[in-house]
Design a protein around this ligand. Structure first.
Ligand SMILES: [Zn+2]
Length: 113
């Protein structure tokens, strides 16, 4: 399950950040997951639930922010939410290959004390 490996990476990053700030307790992790990142938010949540059985993480919350896919049409010069994986502009029908967001997979914030 690659969500476990991923979570491990996010947690290491969070620990490093907390350490740098001299914090000892991480209260929450805020993670952005793009629709296109291939990561299953539910699987990530479950992986985290397992992790919180360990004492060092038991008081930490995981906040997931799912980022919807958004494309840009160079013809209409506007961003749009593609209805499916075709990325077709709803105004002119052009197929866009410019994805503005949806591939995110990152730790955006941690709350420490
Ligand atoms: Zn268009």
């Amino acid at each position: 399950m690659h969500e476990l490996a991923l979570l491990d990476e996010l947690c290491q990053l969070a620990l490093q950040t907390a350490h740098k700030e001299g914090a000892h307790i991480i209260q929450s992790l805020r993670v952005q997951i793009g629709d296109l990142s291939g990561v299953d938010a539910e699987a990530l949540r479950q992986a985290f639930a397992v992790l919180t059985l360990q004492s060092s993480w038991k008081n930490t919350r995981l906040e997931l922010e799912v980022v919807p896919t958004r494309c840009f049409c160079p013809h209409c010069k506007q961003a749009f939410d593609p209805p499916d994986l075709m990325y077709q502009c709803p105004s002119c029908g052009l197929l866009s290959n410019k994805v503005l967001q949806g591939r995110e997979l990152q730790l955006i914030a941690i709350e420490v004390s």
